[in-house]
Design a protein around this ligand. Structure first.
Ligand SMILES: [Zn+2]
Length: 126
Protein backbone atom coordinates (compact mmCIF):
# COMPACT_ATOMS: atom_id res chain seq x y z
CA UNK A 1 0.00 0.00 0.00
CA UNK A 2 2.78 2.40 0.91
CA UNK A 3 4.40 1.85 -2.47
CA UNK A 4 1.28 3.21 -4.25
CA UNK A 5 1.26 6.35 -2.13
CA UNK A 6 4.95 6.90 -2.85
CA UNK A 7 4.43 6.26 -6.57
CA UNK A 8 1.46 8.67 -6.63
CA UNK A 9 3.54 11.36 -4.90
CA UNK A 10 6.48 10.83 -7.29
CA UNK A 11 4.12 11.02 -10.28
CA UNK A 12 2.52 14.21 -8.93
CA UNK A 13 5.94 15.82 -8.44
CA UNK A 14 7.04 14.83 -11.96
CA UNK A 15 3.84 16.29 -13.47
CA UNK A 16 4.11 19.54 -11.52
CA UNK A 17 7.78 20.02 -12.39
CA UNK A 18 7.47 18.75 -15.95
CA UNK A 19 4.35 20.63 -17.08
CA UNK A 20 6.12 23.93 -17.86
CA UNK A 21 8.58 22.01 -20.02
CA UNK A 22 5.83 20.55 -22.20
CA UNK A 23 3.58 23.61 -22.17
CA UNK A 24 3.06 24.39 -25.90
CA UNK A 25 2.40 28.11 -25.28
CA UNK A 26 5.93 28.47 -23.97
CA UNK A 27 7.39 27.06 -27.17
CA UNK A 28 5.14 29.12 -29.42
CA UNK A 29 6.40 32.25 -27.70
CA UNK A 30 10.04 31.15 -27.93
CA UNK A 31 9.69 30.20 -31.61
CA UNK A 32 8.00 33.53 -32.39
CA UNK A 33 10.76 35.44 -30.60
CA UNK A 34 13.38 33.49 -32.55
CA UNK A 35 11.69 34.29 -35.86
CA UNK A 36 11.39 37.98 -35.01
CA UNK A 37 15.00 38.08 -33.89
CA UNK A 38 16.28 36.33 -37.02
CA UNK A 39 14.24 38.62 -39.27
CA UNK A 40 15.49 41.71 -37.42
CA UNK A 41 19.11 40.57 -37.76
CA UNK A 42 18.59 39.84 -41.47
CA UNK A 43 17.13 43.31 -42.01
CA UNK A 44 20.02 44.93 -40.10
CA UNK A 45 22.49 43.00 -42.28
CA UNK A 46 20.65 44.12 -45.41
CA UNK A 47 20.72 47.74 -44.19
CA UNK A 48 24.48 47.59 -43.58
CA UNK A 49 25.07 46.05 -47.03
CA UNK A 50 23.06 48.77 -48.76
CA UNK A 51 24.83 51.54 -46.81
CA UNK A 52 28.17 50.02 -47.77
CA UNK A 53 27.11 49.85 -51.42
CA UNK A 54 26.12 53.54 -51.26
CA UNK A 55 29.51 54.47 -49.77
CA UNK A 56 31.32 52.47 -52.47
CA UNK A 57 29.17 54.09 -55.13
CA UNK A 58 29.98 57.60 -53.89
CA UNK A 59 33.67 56.74 -53.74
CA UNK A 60 33.70 55.37 -57.29
CA UNK A 61 31.83 58.41 -58.58
CA UNK A 62 34.20 60.75 -56.74
CA UNK A 63 37.22 59.01 -58.28
CA UNK A 64 35.72 59.27 -61.77
CA UNK A 65 35.08 55.56 -62.37
CA UNK A 66 31.34 56.12 -62.94
CA UNK A 67 29.48 58.43 -65.29
CA UNK A 68 26.96 60.83 -63.76
CA UNK A 69 24.06 58.98 -65.41
CA UNK A 70 25.20 55.60 -64.02
CA UNK A 71 25.81 57.12 -60.61
CA UNK A 72 22.36 58.69 -60.45
CA UNK A 73 20.68 55.48 -61.60
CA UNK A 74 22.49 53.27 -59.06
CA UNK A 75 22.14 55.85 -56.28
CA UNK A 76 18.36 56.01 -56.79
CA UNK A 77 18.14 52.21 -56.75
CA UNK A 78 20.12 51.88 -53.49
CA UNK A 79 18.21 54.74 -51.86
CA UNK A 80 14.92 52.99 -52.67
CA UNK A 81 16.23 49.70 -51.26
CA UNK A 82 17.48 51.44 -48.11
CA UNK A 83 14.14 53.17 -47.56
CA UNK A 84 12.33 49.84 -47.98
CA UNK A 85 14.58 48.04 -45.47
CA UNK A 86 14.33 50.91 -42.95
CA UNK A 87 10.53 50.84 -43.23
CA UNK A 88 10.54 47.08 -42.57
CA UNK A 89 12.80 47.53 -39.52
CA UNK A 90 10.50 50.25 -38.14
CA UNK A 91 7.44 48.05 -38.73
CA UNK A 92 9.07 45.10 -37.00
CA UNK A 93 10.07 47.25 -34.01
CA UNK A 94 6.55 48.66 -33.73
CA UNK A 95 5.11 45.14 -33.98
CA UNK A 96 7.43 43.88 -31.24
CA UNK A 97 6.48 46.76 -28.95
CA UNK A 98 2.75 46.36 -29.58
CA UNK A 99 2.80 42.60 -29.11
CA UNK A 100 4.17 42.92 -25.60
CA UNK A 101 2.55 46.18 -24.58
CA UNK A 102 5.96 47.45 -23.49
CA UNK A 103 9.29 48.23 -25.04
CA UNK A 104 11.64 45.32 -25.60
CA UNK A 105 14.88 45.02 -27.47
CA UNK A 106 14.01 43.53 -30.89
CA UNK A 107 17.29 41.59 -30.93
CA UNK A 108 17.72 40.13 -27.42
CA UNK A 109 14.27 40.92 -25.92
CA UNK A 110 15.66 42.59 -22.81
CA UNK A 111 13.19 44.98 -21.21
CA UNK A 112 13.83 48.66 -21.86
CA UNK A 113 12.44 51.85 -20.39
CA UNK A 114 10.44 54.27 -22.53
CA UNK A 115 13.34 56.73 -22.73
CA UNK A 116 15.97 54.19 -23.87
CA UNK A 117 17.32 54.66 -27.39
CA UNK A 118 19.60 51.61 -27.31
CA UNK A 119 19.47 48.23 -25.55
CA UNK A 120 21.50 48.05 -22.33
CA UNK A 121 22.18 44.34 -22.98
CA UNK A 122 23.26 44.16 -26.61
CA UNK A 123 23.43 47.78 -27.83
CA UNK A 124 20.80 47.36 -30.57
CA UNK A 125 18.75 50.43 -31.52
CA UNK A 126 15.33 50.34 -29.84
ZN1 LIG B 1 19.26 43.88 -26.88
Amino acid sequence: MEIFVILALVLAVILIIGYPLVNPARYRDLIERGRTSARYNDLCDARENIFEALRDLQFEYATGKLSTADYQQLDARYQTQAADVLRQIDALQAQTQNARGRRDCPRCHAAASASDKFCAQCGAKI
